[in-house]
Design a protein around this ligand. Structure first.
Ligand code: 13P
Length: 250
C-alpha cells in the first residue's frame, strides 16, 4: 500500500516570526502520525529557516518552484542545486497560479520536472482543468495533454519517483472542493494513463488531490482508492486544521 502524503503549500504567506510559530506547532502535532508523510513547501527565503527547524524531525520541506536551467545568467531564478543546499527534498512544479500568471508552458514544466529529478528532488507536478473545461466535459483531455508533454519527451518511467497533484483550478481557494467521486475519477484516469506505458511507475507514483481541502472533506477524499493524500493551501496556514487533514490521511 502506498504511504499517504500531505503537503503544505504556503504560497506567498509568512514571515520569520509567524513561520517559527507555525513550524513549532507542526512539530508538536505531527510526529505521532503513522503511515503519513508530511512536507511543507515554503517561499524561497524561508528554506533556511525550515531547514533549521525541521532537520531533525520527520517533516520534510521543499520549494514552490525551481528554474528549468541548472546554472547561469538567469536573473531571479533559483536552481535545483540551490534548493538542495538548503536540504529541500520536494518541489512543486506547474502550479496553476504560476502557470497562468507567469505563462509557463507545458514544455517548461516538463523540463523543470526532470531538472528536479536529476538533482534528487521529488517533483510535485500540478495538473488540472478550468471550470469552463470541466463544464465542457474535456477535463480528461486537458489533464491528459499536460501529462503527454512529459511522456513524449521523457517517457513514463520518470513518474515512478514523482508526485502528481490533481488540482482543479475551480477548486483552488474557492471553498468548493471536488467531490470524492470527481477527484477519484480523475486520479484513476491519471494512474491508468501512466499504467498503459509503465505499470510499475503507475503503482509507485503518488497522486494527491488539491483544492479547498479541509479537515472535514479530507476524510472522504483520502479514503478513495487512487487518492494518496493532499496538497493543502489555506488550511496549511493553521496548524490545527493542517493536523486534522494529516490525521484524516492516517
Ligand atoms: P487551497 O487549499 O487554499 O484551495 O489551495 C490549494 C492549492 O492551490 C494547493 O497547492
Amino acid at each position: 500500500m502506498r504511504h499517504k502524503l500531505v503537503v503544505a503549500n504556503w504560497k506567498m504567506h509568512g514571515n520569520l516570526v509567524e513561520n517559527k510559530r507555525l513550524l513549532a506547532e507542526y512539530c508538536a502535532m505531527l510526529p505521532t502520525l503513522k503511515n503519513t508523510d508530511v512536507v511543507v513547501c515554503v517561499p524561497y527565503p524561508y528554506l533556511a529557516q525550515a531547514q533549521a527547524i525541521l532537520q531533525h524531525t520527520n517533516i520534510a520541506w521543499g520549494a514552490q518552484n525551481l528554474s528549468k536551467d541548472a546554472v547561469g545568467a538567469y536573473t531571479g531564478e533559483v536552481s535545483a542545486t540551490m534548493l538542495k543546499d538548503f536540504g529541500a527534498s520536494y518541489v512543486i512544479i506547474g502550479h496553476s497560479e504560476r502557470a497562468t500568471a507567469y505563462c509557463e508552458s507545458d514544455e517548461n514544466i516538463a523540463t523543470k520536472f526532470v531538472q528536479a529529478q536529476a538533482h534528487g528532488l521529488t517533483p510535485i507536478l500540478c495538473v488540472g482543468e478550468t471550470l469552463i473545461e470541466r463544464e465542457a466535459g474535456v477535463m480528461q483531455m486537458v489533464v491528459g495533454k499536460q501529462l503527454d508533454t512529459i511522456f513524449n519527451t521523457y517517457g513514463a518511467a520518470v513518474f515512478a519517483n514523482a508526485v502528481v497533484s490533481y488540482e482543479p483550478i475551480w477548486a483552488i481557494g474557492t471553498g468548493l472542493a471536488a467531490s470524492p467521486e470527481q477527484a477519484q475519477s480523475m486520479h484513476e484516469f491519471i494512474r491508468s494513463k501512466v499504467a498503459t506505458l509503465d505499470k510499475a511507475a503507475a503503482t509507485n507514483m503518488k497522486i494527491l488531490y488539491g483544492g479547498s481541502v479541509n479537515p472535514q472533506n479530507a476524510v472522504q477524499l483520502f479514503v478513495m482508492q487512487d487518492i494518496d493524500g493532499g496538497l493543502i493551501g489555506k488550511c496549511s496556514l493553521n496548524a490545527k486544521e493542517f493536523e486534522g487533514i494529516c490525521r484524516a490521511a492516517c
